[in-house]
Design a binder for this molecule. Structure first.
Ligand code: NAD
Ligand code: LMR
Length: 323
């Protein structure tokens, strides 16, 4: 057994939190030999619900859980954190785009970026889930002045998993046989699921561009809204699952596979420095994230990347007072 690590989760009494905590506690995220101390943040009106969640966690008697802290103080939640899940924020309703949330949710990430900076480990791994997650991540990173850009990521793994699911259905094969599809850009309708390196059943996929650039792209890009319309609430279990996948691969490596992470751009593929943009990455077993820099970007993909750069530049402009 390793020494316990400290894992902070914001919005822990919310819908995603309720699915996420049990996956972390069971060892799915950090491994079966990695104990965790859960540091759970809620706003004061959520504290009673959080107490109920903590009671249920205790009643689950997970061997890997070596402590649970419930608090409404970010300084306590992020104290010495090794990993942080920034989930706490408002979801959209069916008549909104994710970017419409930035005015309501953006300010949350100013204080939390500051508190992570002042309290978490300097090596902390932060995943931003709360929407609009790319720009909320940008805000948190901008307010964590002493931490390296590489500490901050946003989640596009749900989009990658959605793409893999659609490809598996199309090919009539279990999803495990779909590899190396990844997402460019923003967790928004402009995102681009790229299949240029994708294999299905170990071979180049052979699917036609008309379907890939039409129905497939539209289904993946608008899946979040489709779920809100069907369920009356935004995706929660699949979002928690994707957050576990993202952090699992960041913590333990992607085993040579290409996965999607929104990173603070260092200029890769001409994406302006500082935008939080989803790239294809490979993660080493010791957690070093490397952008795959030799993707052959054709005209369609180039155009999509440009659309995402324009959208994210606009979002950055809209929150300039928070940076
Ligand atoms: P929810 O409303 O069920 O839960 C959110 C929780 O956050 C609530 O308990 C609330 O009290 C808490 N909260 C609000 N402000 C907070 C703050 N400042 N500090 C700590 N906690 C705070 O929502 P949910 O379904 O869990 O979704 C959470 C967020 O995740 C939403 O913004 C949603 O749009 C986003 N989301 C992102 C993805 C993705 O792929 N990136 C997928 C699904 C949902
Ligand atoms: C999703 O993709 O399911 C989430 O980002 C929720 C949403 O608002 O679409």
């Amino acid at each position: 057994m390793n020494a316990p690590i400290r894992v902070a989760i914001t919005g822990a009494a919310g819908n995603i939190g309720y699915a996420l905590l049990w996956r972390i506690a069971s060892g799915d995220c950090f491994g079966a030999d990695q104990p965790v101390i859960l540091q759970l943040l809620e706003i004061p009106p959520g504290m009673e619900r959080l107490n109920g969640v903590i009671m249920e966690l205790q009643d689950s008697a997970f061997g890997l859980v070596h402590g649970i802290v419930g608090t409404s103080d970010p300084a306590v939640a992020f104290k010495d954190a090794d990993a942080v899940f920034l989930v706490g924020s408002r979801p959209r309703s069916k008549d909104m785009d994710r970017a419409d949330l930035v005015k309501a949710n953006g300010p949350i990430f100013v204080g939390q970026g500051n508190a992570i900076n002042d309290n978490a480990k300097k090596t902390v791994k932060v995943i931003t889930v709360g929407n609009p997650c790319n720009t909320n991540c940008l805000i948190a990173n901008a307010n964590a002045k002493d931490l390296d850009d590489s500490c901050f990521t946003a989640m596009t793994r749900l989009d990658q998993n959605r793409a893999a699911g659609q490809l598996a259905v199309k090919a009539g094969t279990p999803v495990v046989n779909v590899q190396d599809v990844f997402i460019w850009g923003n967790h928004a309708d402009t995102m681009y699921p790229d299949t240029s390196r994708c294999t299905i059943n170990g071979e180049a996929h052979g699917l036609d561009d008309e379907w890939l650039q039409g129905e497939f792209l539209k289904t993946v890009a608008t899946r979040g809204k489709a779920i809100i319309v069907a369920r009356g609430a935004s995706s929660a279990a699949s979002a928690a699952n994707a957050a576990v996948d993202h952090m699992h691969d960041w913590w333990s490596g992607s085993n040579g596979r290409i996965v999607s992470m929104a990173l603070v751009s260092q200029g890769w593929y001409g994406v302006p420095k500082g935008l939080v943009f989803s790239f294809p990455v490979i993660v080493s077993a010791d957690g070093v994230v490397t952008v795959v820099e030799d993707i052959d970007v054709g005209e369609f993909a180039r155009d999509k990347i440009a659309q995402n750069v324009a959208a994210l530049s606009g979002e950055r402009e809209a929150v300039s007072d928070l940076l």
